[in-house]
Design a protein. Structure first.
Length: 162
């Protein structure tokens, strides 16, 4: 009797080789530029809006721009499924909206009347951790091969045994 084991696959951390390091450096350049654009947009929108709406508007615009920049520069124009890209953009905006709004609310709790520059700096600093997670998602799911949602292992097959 043979048994088959279904093992869900999860995004893998990239193997650290020269190609990944170069990709990560290019991603970092795009990330720094995207963070600067987001911060400048935030400061511009903050003139008219409260912190959270200004942050959300800057976030949406900078996420779309940085995803396209990553496609062209970091991942060298790799063709991708547009639906998958749009889903990633929506997930990124949703994550960063909650995450950066929490950072702004925490800053407001810790600092009496924070300035727009302090708010922008806090969100930019907090985005570093989110940016690393986004790199893994972009590399493995959006601009990667996509992989199957499950892999099938047959215990007796040496090619699939672990």
């Amino acid at each position: 009797m043979t048994t088959m084991v279904l093992t869900p696959t999860v995004p893998r951390l990239p193997r650290v080789d020269g190609a990944v390091v170069r990709q990560l450096v290019r991603y970092g350049v795009v990330g720094v530029l995207g963070t600067v654009v987001s911060a400048l947009l935030y400061l511009l929108f903050r003139v008219w809006w409260d912190a959270v709406p200004a942050n959300l508007a800057a976030l949406v615009l900078s996420t779309v721009a940085s995803t396209e920049a990553n496609r062209r520069f970091t991942f060298r124009g790799v063709p991708t499924d547009r639906v998958r890209e749009y889903l990633q953009n929506a997930a990124t905006v949703t994550f960063y909206a909650a995450y950066s709004s929490a950072v702004l609310l925490l800053l407001d709790t810790l600092v009496a009347s924070p300035t727009a520059v302090q708010e922008s700096a806090a969100v930019a600093a907090a985005s570093v951790l989110g940016g690393l997670a986004r790199f893994v998602v972009l590399r493995n799911w959006v601009f990667g091969d996509g992989g199957a949602s499950c892999s099938i292992r047959h215990p007796a097959d040496p090619r699939t045994a672990t």
